[in-house]
Design a protein around this ligand. Structure first.
Ligand SMILES: Nc1ncnc2c1ncn2[C@@H]1O[C@H](COP(=O)(O)OP(=O)(O)OP(=O)(O)O)[C@@H](O)[C@H]1O
Length: 437
């Protein structure tokens, strides 16, 4: 690990005093002997932009490895410090595991902090969306096992990820899945510790969060993992609410409105409101192709009462992972078709006649402009229809229902007011509550 603990600690202590700016951070780096951080990497193209910063591809000239560098503005003195980066560094330092993204280096440059990660080829969302990939039950089992292994490690170290979703599950060239994007992660453990409930992209939010719980635990990550499990099986996001209230409505429409017997504390949650009674649907009807073991595990992960919801560790020990078929070895998992490998960029024609090129690596940011908005499923079908002759492979008979909210054409993520609320909240949290070691 190239990360210089001393450097990071120095940055932490400098930033914790808040009276100092980015120039001081640079001089701290010099003092601990790493003035050439930025010079070590040859910058490549942008890989994408997340809520907290731009990520670009680069080559490490010392090791010759390809890396991904996340550039995060440290912020001006009067704006306060961007604690997201600090949080991510601090937690990733403690979490080293084959199923968790490796933070290889950290360096300040100008007024930005750069986090250097191992480069990952793709993500689980690209797999789920790629209609050329048939996901067998052994493949789904392999992905779930890797997700739960990564989560179990986080929870064992008292870390909640709080932003699990398919595009935060990155895939290496050997098919290995790794949990990434720890910008919203938090230390948990103290029973009276109160957290913000504005975490997770809506479709992956546990019902206790939607009812405003501030004293939640690792069950929120298990619920999100269950949503991803269902998404792998169905090949579409499972519970696609268009607002928080609608999200709860979608959950209750599927699993039934919870009563006190099923979830004893539900009525005392801060934002609890009574919903009209809906009966539960049977898991068998929701997942007709799934095995009994698979359904049993899904049911345990989708348990309403967070206290009774299965833990990531116990989920890993569930018989689903011990019975046939065995999880596919990761190097045998099919990788999504990368747009770069096509002879020409993927084209999507908008109704108004504009040619819209898909982003080089990130189909999930797909947004059409001019005229009607297509669903991602329609766009994906168009894309494949165009590519089929070039690929030479017939799009087989598997019919995969693909639907993303047709109104927005996008997966919901945190909105800007959520983000500024979070930023204020997290700024306070990190300086007021020392992390558990
Ligand atoms: N280690 C990595 N290797 C390759 N690409 C990466 C890596 N880390 C991030 N990326 C890519 O960089 C882009 C931005 O990632 P980032 O984690 O900052 O945000 P995000 O997950 O896309 O969005 P959000 O912040 O809203 O969750 C994404 O396209 C992501 O796939």
């Amino acid at each position: 690990m190239v990360v210089k603990a001393a450097l990071i600690e120095s940055i932490f202590s400098v930033l914790q005093h808040q009276a100092l700016g980015p120039e001081v951070v640079d001089s701290v780096a010099m003092a601990v002997g790493e003035p050439t951080g930025a010079k070590r990497y040859v910058k490549g193209h942008n890989l994408g932009e997340g809520t907290y910063g731009v990520v670009f591809k680069a080559v490490d000239t010392v090791t010759n490895r390809t890396v991904a560098i996340k550039k995060i503005r440290l912020g001006k003195l009067k704006e306060g410090v961007n604690v997201t980066a600090l949080r991510e560094i601090k937690l990733l330092k403690e979490l080293q595991d084959p199923n968790i993204i490796e933070l290889m280096d950290v360096y300040p440059h100008k007024s930005n902090l750069h986090l250097v990660f191992e480069y990952m080829e793709s993500d689980l969302e690209a797999v789920i969306r790629d209609r050329n990939i048939f996901l067998s039950s052994a493949d789904c089992k392999a992905y779930m096992q890797m997700i739960l292994k990564g989560l179990a490690v986080c929870h064992k170290k008292w870390v909640l990820h709080r932003d699990l979703k398919p595009n935060n599950l990155l895939l290496g060239s050997n098919g290995q899945l790794k949990l990434a994007d720890f910008g919203l992660a938090r230390i948990f453990g103290s029973p009276d510790r109160r957290f913000t409930h504005q975490v997770f992209a809506r479709w992956y939010r546990a019902p206790e969060l939607l009812f405003g719980s501030k004293q939640y635990g690792p069950g929120v990550d298990v619920w999100a993992a269950a949503c991803i499990f269902a998404e792998l099986i169905l090949r579409r996001p499972f519970l696609q609410g268009s607002s928080d209230i609608d999200q709860l409505g979608k959950i209750f429409g599927v699993f039934g409105t919870p009563g006190e017997a099923q979830w004893p504390d539900v009525t005392s949650l801060p934002d609890y409101v009574e919903y009209q009674y809906s009966p539960p649907q049977s898991f068998r009807s929701l997942f007709p192709q799934a095995s009994e073991d698979c359904i049993d595990l899904l049911q345990r992960m989708f348990t309403y009462d967070p206290k009774q919801r299965i833990t990531a560790q116990l989920a890993l020990e569930h018989r689903y992972f011990r019975t046939e078929p065995a999880p596919t070895p990761c190097y045998m998992l099919r990788r999504p078709v990368k747009p770069e490998v096509h002879p020409k960029p993927i084209e999507l024609l908008s109704p108004a006649g504009h040619i819209v090129f898909s982003p080089p690596t990130k189909t999930r940011r797909l947004q059409l402009f001019g005229g009607d908005i297509k669903t991602a499923g329609e766009a994906s079908r168009d894309t494949h229809a165009k590519l089929q002759p070039e690929l030479g492979t017939p799009i087989d008979a598997i019919t995969i229902p693909m639907s993303i909210d047709p109104k927005t054409n996008l997966r919901p993520t945190l909105n800007s007011s959520d983000r500024s609320y979070l930023k204020r909240k997290l700024d306070m949290d990190i300086f007021l509550t020392p992390a558990r070691r």
